[in-house]
Ligand binder design. Sequence first.
Ligand code: FMN
Length: 156
Amino acid sequence: MKSLLVYVSKTGNTEKVAQRFARGLGGEIDVVNLDLSPEGVLKEFQPKFTLDAGPYDLFCLASWVMVMKVHPFLAAYIRECRNLEGKKVAVCLTGGASLSRGHAYEDLLHILEEKKVNLIGFSYTTTLLGLTLTRKKLEKAEQFGREIKSLVEQGG
Ligand SMILES: Cc1cc2nc3c(=O)[nH]c(=O)nc-3n(C[C@H](O)[C@H](O)[C@H](O)COP(=O)(O)O)c2cc1C
């Protein structure tokens, strides 16, 4: 199983969640930290950067919630990414509060709708600016990764 994991993280919460998710997922994973400058240029060389999801069995996305929406960098990335139609997609969002979960999920569905992906899993982790990103929540992220792995292996 070959996966692409693209994430956006400002203060590290989403990065931690994405890393634990990746650990649970296992297999071959190309990871891209979408750390962009205001001009949209990657701040660090990301050798695995791609806008083509075609070669991957699974496309994983992780982002922090900003004003109740998926971070605009990730939203822009999804819009530009090619070969997403029918692609299995799993998403991890982090947000300060559970209140934003529903709004962010709606926004995600709206962004993904036009790309006709097959959303097979969604997780939302509350962080309260990192204060409540507990070991238990990270274990849950890893478990989510394991669940996604078995779904993909079962052809789901
Ligand atoms: C400008 C800004 C806007 C935010 N808006 C929301 C929001 O609408 N809802 C929410 O739950 N959290 C919001 N947060 C909190 C972050 O989503 C949360 O701390 C997240 O875990 C940060 O992830 P990171 O450490 O990967 O950057 C906001 C944070 C910032 C800095």
